[in-house]
Design a protein around this ligand. Structure first.
Ligand code: NAD
Ligand code: UDX
Length: 464
């Protein structure tokens, strides 16, 4: 059992603190956001994350999980002085794509000023390579009197929407430090998870996080590029991804073509890595292309809508899905939010619905009608854009949707639906990279989506 302080109670900090408490440690979480802490003390979660509320309640009731706004209480409780301080504050995108380290700096300064006993500072925030050394310098300079400390980098790989299960079943634990014994002390915490634990130096650990996120973002942009080529040539990118994925060297994961990556990590982390490379005089061509393709995917939806309904001014558009992915209420860099704004700029009337992200959306989208459900959103619409593949949308009553719409134009930004089914229901349907509709001459033989699609899905649409 260790005494752990977690600084920053957001997606990563709250899941980390609660999970360590669940593993039998005493955890005290500190945040500067007073409302967030007051709510947590009453059992009100600041974020939507499946399973989190119940796990927080259980550990609070067991006396292992506490919340405070006081660094002194979190670090220096005489009964339970913190052995380790996990830093999980935000590192948002700053100027020129550089990571903004103001919150990390503030934490380093405050810990230095307040902690009164030897401690290990463990950085979970995603930070540029070299930040661990910088944090160590800040702590040394700000301490009122020398107190021994070590800095360990322990990047986090959890995904929103499956955060607890990702934390509890990690593919690997990465620990980087110049102080091997400090890294090994942190490793002890993770032993119950039975995951491979890699101990390396600080800068390498920091780079592993960026390289991992950049690689996954690259996979997504790669399949989106393939999707665009599929669309032009009459192939179906969903089937292509399945076929590619059987190759163990490639794998099926992160090959879902669609609106591209959003969220609080991939966009800013690819930008930050690009910035780091540029500062060193390198030319990260592939990362630049990954970002460009991702931005183009969102715009491609606007182009498809224009293709289907001409001038968008005065058209009624429904956006289904505002969270950047299912099972979260996080709307940071969300394609759905971005598209709502893009359509508004074109003069369209936008209605929108998301199963859990409506309160967050209301804070950022103005002049968009926020609806109580999907059916209210699509009512009277010329075109519907599906932006997030929530389960709720998988089983939506498509017959009812079509009846409610003014025109049956449907753009599926996540390739959630079967083109053949949508076609049979009478929609004018566009996925991304589904290769339908356009007759293509390939080696002399004209092929259409209809001919291949019906063979593949077993749907006989002879004569249609
Ligand atoms: P978040 O924005 O959800 O939460 C950050 C919290 O830190 C907020 O509650 C904020 O009030 C608090 N905070 C800010 N300054 C503080 C200070 N000086 N003292 C105490 N608290 C302070 O952030 P997040 O999404 O949890 O991300 C945290 C870090 O983890 C980022 O570096 C991110 O890149 C990384 N990360 C995030 C995810 C994810 O899925 N969200 C996954 C892996 C890594
Ligand atoms: C990501 C990383 O996966 C995780 O390891 C890291 O710790 C935080 O950043 P997260 O942003 O929560 O996690 O979600 P993820 O499932 O990775 O999806 C990111 C974005 O990529 C979403 O917008 C998602 O819709 C998109 N995506 C994902 C695709 O477009 N296609 C895919 O095949 C997979």
């Amino acid at each position: 059992m260790k005494n752990i302080a977690v600084i920053g109670v957001g997606y990563v900090g709250l899941v980390t603190g609660t999970s360590f408490a669940d593993m039998g440690n005493r955890v005290i979480c500190v945040d500067v956001n007073e409302e967030r802490i007051a709510n947590l003390r009453q059992g009100i979660m600041p974020i939507y994350e499946p399973g989190l509320e119940e796990m927080v309640r259980r550990n609070v009731n067991a006396g292992r999980l506490l919340f405070t706004t006081s660094y002194a209480d979190a670090l220096n409780d005489p009964q339970a002085p913190a052995d380790m301080v996990f830093v999980a504050v935000g590192t948002p995108e700053g100027v020129d794509g550089e990571a903004d380290l103001r919150y990390v700096r503030s934490v380093a300064e405050t810990v230095a000023e307040i902690v009164d006993h030897p401690v290990i500072v463990v950085n979970k925030s995603t930070v540029p390579v070299g930040t661990g050394d910088w944090v160590a310098d800040i702590v040394s300079h700000k301490q009122p009197r020398p107190v021994p400390f070590s800095v360990v980098s322990n990047p986090e790989f959890l995904r929103e929407g499956s955060a607890i299960s990702d934390f509890m079943n990690p593919d690997r634990i990465i620990l980087g430090s110049l102080d091997r014994s400090a890294a090994e002390a942190v490793a002890q915490l993770y032993i119950p998870l039975r995951a491979p634990i890699m101990v390396t130096d600080l800068r390498t650990a920091e780079m592993i996080k960026y390289a991992s996120n950049a690689f996954l973002a690259t996979k997504i942009s790669f399949i989106n590029e393939i999707a665009n080529i599929c669309e032009a040539l009459g192939a179906d990118v969903k089937e292509v991804a399945i076929g590619m994925g059987y190759d163990k060297r490639i794998g099926r994961a992160f090959l879902d073509a669609g609106l591209g990556y959003g969220g609080s990590c991939f966009p800013k982390d690819v930008s930050a890595l690009t910035h780091m490379a540029n500062v060193q005089g390198k030319h990260p061509q592939m990362l630049e292309a990954v970002m460009q393709i991702n931005a183009d995917q969102r715009r491609s939806v606007l182009l498809k809508a224009r293709e289907l309904c001409g001038d968008l001014s005065g058209k009624n558009v429904a956006i289904l899905g505002l969270a950047f992915k299912p099972n979260t209420d996080d709307i940071r860099d969300s394609p759905g939010i971005d598209l709502a704004r893009m359509f508004q700029e074109q003069g369209a009337n936008v209605k929108a619905y998301d199963p859990v992200a409506m309160p967050n959306t209301a804070r950022v989208l103005k002049d968009v009608k926020l609806c109580a459900d999907s059916y209210e959103a699509v009512d009277g619409c010329d075109v519907v854009i599906l932006a997030t593949e929530w389960n709720e949308f998988k089983n939506i009553d498509l017959v009812r949707v079509k009846k409610l719409m003014k025109l049956p134009l449907f753009i599926d930004g996540r390739n959630l639906y079967d083109p053949a089914t949508m076609y049979d229901l009478g929609f004018v349907y566009r996925g991304l990279g589904r290769g339908y509709g356009k007759p293509v001459t390939n080696g002399g033989a004209p092929q259409t989506w209809q001919s291949w699609g019906s063979w593949n899905s077993g749907v006989n649409r002879e004569g249609k």
